[in-house]
Design a protein around this ligand. Structure first.
Ligand code: HEC
Length: 130
């Protein structure tokens, strides 16, 4: 009797284990950022806090957002070296404070070029504090 019960338990543990694996691969395929899906956390944050004020020429807001972005490297090692995430965001904040649109856009581009692809691959669904 007892033995049978534990087999049932074992089976249901296996089944729920399997469905967890299933969930894991769904996450790897991505639940955000594609057509028909909600935006990914950093993507949505950038749109709302950076792109919107950018479109309005609200450089002060862009600068403030970039100061926040400086603290958003998903991994401390990304702040090291000359591609430093933190440094790039700080430069962007500085450019935004000066209101030089061309210079601002150049700083956006350099971080996107350096990190966007890698971020999407490794940290796309990571929540952001903003
Ligand atoms: C320190 C790095 C960094 C800086 C500086 C930066 N971004 Fe981003 N941005 C990212 C990353 C990484 C993503 C990708 C997020 C994702 O797709 O999940 C992103 C995504 C975006 C997106 C979402 C759409 C897209 O193209 O992927 C917009 C819009 C955006 N950034 C605007 C800006 C603007 C405007 C600036 C300059 C004022 C800027 N960003 C500066 C790192 C940065």
């Amino acid at each position: 009797m007892m033995k049978r019960f534990s087999i049932v338990l074992l089976t249901s543990a296996l089944v729920s284990g399997l469905s967890l694996v299933g969930l894991g691969s769904a996450a790897a395929e991505g639940k955000c950022g594609k057509k028909g899906q909600p935006m990914c956390p950093l993507q949505g944050w950038m749109e709302e806090n950076v792109q919107k004020p950018m479109d309005k020429g609200d450089w002060k807001a862009v600068s403030k957002a970039m100061k926040k972005a400086a603290g958003m490297a998903p991994d401390a090692s990304w702040n090291e070296g000359d591609k430093s995430w933190k440094k790039m965001a700080e430069e962007s904040a500085k450019a935004a404070a000066s209101g030089d649109e061309k210079a601002i856009k150049a700083t956006c581009k350099s971080c996107h070029k350096a990190w966007r692809k890698k971020y999407r691959k490794e940290f796309r669904e990571k929540p952001v504090k903003g």
